[in-house]
Design a protein around this ligand. Sequence first.
Ligand code: SF4
Length: 218
Amino acid sequence: MTSKNHIFHDQLLEWFNINKRSFPWREGSMDPFVSLVTELLLQRTKAEAIAAFYPQVLEHFATPAKILARERTDIVKDLSVLGLQERRTDSLLSLAREIAEKRNGTVPDDEDSLLELNGIGRYIARAVLCFAFNKPVSIVDGNVTRVFCRYFNLENKGDNRRNKHIWELGDEIISMDPARVKDINWAILDFAARVCVPRNPACETCYLREKCSFVRKD
Ligand code: SF4
């Protein structure tokens, strides 16, 4: 019998094949350092804004050397279109120094080492592992948690660190098709942004409606 986890995985990928969002960092292979910088910038900023800014990411922030060669005032000016420019400038400079001076210019490809980098939490570490290194790890934020909790009828313990069961379920689902680990993570993110939104989710027309616990409870 096909498990509910498999049905979720397969139906979500079918939905994604038709409805995926297009962003420049999803095209082709991703450089690990560019991935780190992009994920840092995506924190607290809409993906569409980062997409518009992406040519500048590639021009000025694609390597630790490029960042360290740039005047701080110029970095602040570049980032001012995104907001939080002072804090973001400090983060990028700190990250660039750490990778250049302590990691021989190379982004580590294991979670523990990524977590040692200043300002890098579990979400960003795993996003880089998946999107740049193609590793089968889930990335879980509040939006992903909402989808999992509704569909599988799971408890949301509020704090991401306490939602160990969500990360584990995510890892299980991501691992189902090694050829599509990036797609399934993007699919969950896109589905959470477009269908299973916080208020008034589009349950009536939802592609995953049939097995969703949230609908079946009503
Ligand atoms: S049926 Fe509704 S609650 Fe369930 S996954 Fe779809 S949008 Fe989310």
